[in-house]
Write a protein that binds this ligand. Sequence first.
Ligand code: TRP
Length: 339
Amino acid sequence: MNKKRILSGVQPTGDLHIGNWLGAIRNWVNLQKEYDTYVCVVDLHAITVPHNPEKLKSDTLSTAALYIACGMDPKECSIFVQSHIPAHTELCWLLNCVTPLNWMERMIQFKEKALKQGDNVSIGLLDYPVLMAADILLYDADLVPVGEDQKQHLELARDIAQQRINSRFSKDKKPILKIPQPLIMKEGAKIMSLLDGSSKMSKSDPNENSRIGLLDNPDTISKKIKKAKTDQHYGLEFGNPKRPESDNLLGIYSMVTNQSKEKIRKECSAMGWGKFKPLLTDALISSLEPIQKKYNALIQDRSELNNVLKEGTENAKILSGITLQRLKEALGFLETTSI
Ligand code: TRP
């Protein structure tokens, strides 16, 4: 039986942090054997808000290297850079022309990001979810592993494919685009800021102490955990809505030590913050060490990374080319073969 296909991606904006790892990449790692897996570095999404051209290239490379360093196995999956496959922007245009503007204006993430941009909101930012739909639909993805915050974008991709393409342009009821399902990641789906247990750990938070970077050295990790927000209670617990920091840090501890919440609860319920923080620090340092080692090797000698990306790009080109061709035919474009 053919494996079902999954596709996902992360933006190359600055260094990835443990939220990207525990909330996304580590889940892909667990899925890659069971599914036909495509993961891309979504660099075209990274320019929907003002970006730094000097950093885009190195951030793109380091994101791809971190996928591998975190355990994505090039033998099991295809890794590629979104902008290397022109079909993403081409499909995005085709989908733009059938997507109602008011569907876009109600996207929650657009509204949030637009607010931050003041009067400098690009059309690209509004179009971000259509480009994401193109990413997904090009590969006939069955499932898309994403966090809760991306659910609305996935629904949009489904609506565009079903209501605006398949139901309008399919002949003989044969669908043109595959309708993807979300695979909402529960475990680790939301790692919160170290400085505020009620807001998500984010690359765009101006305060670096809010997150642990995957490439942070032991000293930095130790300092950041020391500064992490705590509360007045003694003993740590999961799931108390009044103690989001306790829940978040215990969750991180449970994930990086690969121990069940039950076990961690027992270990930490009678432990004060002063005793817990050094434990968490050590666990973070030792779980990131192998990732950093692999990452450094990949960046120092680029041949392995280049080969992985080359192969991933080839695979992605083949699949995306087929889908794009199918859609263009259905939309009535003149074939190059007929001239
Ligand atoms: N918008 C996604 C995020 O911020 C990133 C993304 C872009 C993506 N294209 C995708 C995720 C396709 C899954 C599939 O997390």
